[in-house]
Write a protein of this length. Structure first.
Length: 266
């Protein structure tokens, strides 16, 4: 617990100032986090099968291109360069034929990387875009994520009896999920009404908070299922006591996707 607490303090002491500054500093931080997340994603795959060095190199290259073409934006528009996207698919799919050996590189490997790179790139681009739109918005999303996770843990610890999906996450309970959702929705709704828009309909923003709180928990479960599939507890040991980047950002990644999905109703 001591190691976990010290790590959390160190992470926050770096992340909070960078989040507040925004701009190029936050974009650089997001880019670094994205590359580290991709490394964890590839390393997870390599617990079962080593990938060709060439494939790993082009993975980082396309992650860089997908993020660099979108990361600096002052609105909520995502721009996709179809030349990059076309090259992206071709570069990963053609080698499945050229290698002639599924033990080295197969169509399953290609789709794992295509899906992972596109998913992670989109998520980290959205993290940067939302911060560039408004600091309070990204704080709102982090509040939902952190409070849902924290109070789901505390509620589950105190009164949790009924397991949710034990095969994926043995410690999660329905009581914890409900407790986390209630607190996440309540505090985030108060924050939105106080800081962002005091005139928005309270029912509307409460429902948005409810949707995002549930999505946050699904994000945690999805990434837990990936770790369970590969037989790993954490994506990495980069952060002592916390695991890896994806272990810490699994929920906010899904919250960002969910938020952009319902952006137009706010």
């Amino acid at each position: 617990m001591k190691t976990r607490t010290i790590s959390a303090i160190l992470m926050l002491s770096v992340f909070i100032p960078v989040l507040y500054l925004g701009g190029i500093w936050f974009d650089i931080a997001v880019f670094i986090l994205a590359l580290l997340s991709l490394k964890e994603f590839i390393d997870m795959k390599e617990t079962k099968k080593r990938l060709p060095i060439f494939v790993k190199l082009i993975s980082y290259l396309f992650m860089t291109l997908l993020i660099a073409t979108n990361i600096i934006s002052e609105n909520a528009n995502l721009e996709i360069d179809f030349r990059i996207l076309s090259a992206f698919f071709l570069t990963f799919l053609i080698p499945t034929v050229l290698y002639h050996d599924r033990s080295k590189y197969s169509i399953n490997d290609a789709y794992y990387l295509i899906g992972g790179i596109f998913f992670l790139s989109l998520s980290f681009v959205l993290l940067s875009i939302v911060r560039n739109v408004r600091l309070a918005l990204i704080i709102y999303l982090f509040l939902i994520t952190i409070l849902t996770d924290t109070f789901a843990y505390l509620t589950g610890l105190l009164i949790g009896k009924h397991k949710m999906i034990e095969s994926v996450s043995p410690k999660k309970t329905w009581e914890g999920s409900i407790g986390g959702t209630i607190m996440g929705v309540f505090v985030s709704t108060v924050f939105y009404l106080t800081i962002i828009d005091p005139y928005i309909n309270i029912i509307k923003i409460s429902l948005v908070g409810l949707f995002l709180s549930i999505i946050a928990q699904f994000g945690d479960l999805v990434f837990s299922s990936i770790k369970r599939y590969f037989g790993k507890k954490d994506f990495s040991n980069l952060i002592p006591g916390h695991g890896g980047i994806l272990d810490r950002l699994d929920s906010i990644i899904f919250v960002l996707l969910g938020f952009m999905f319902i952006w137009t109703i706010l």
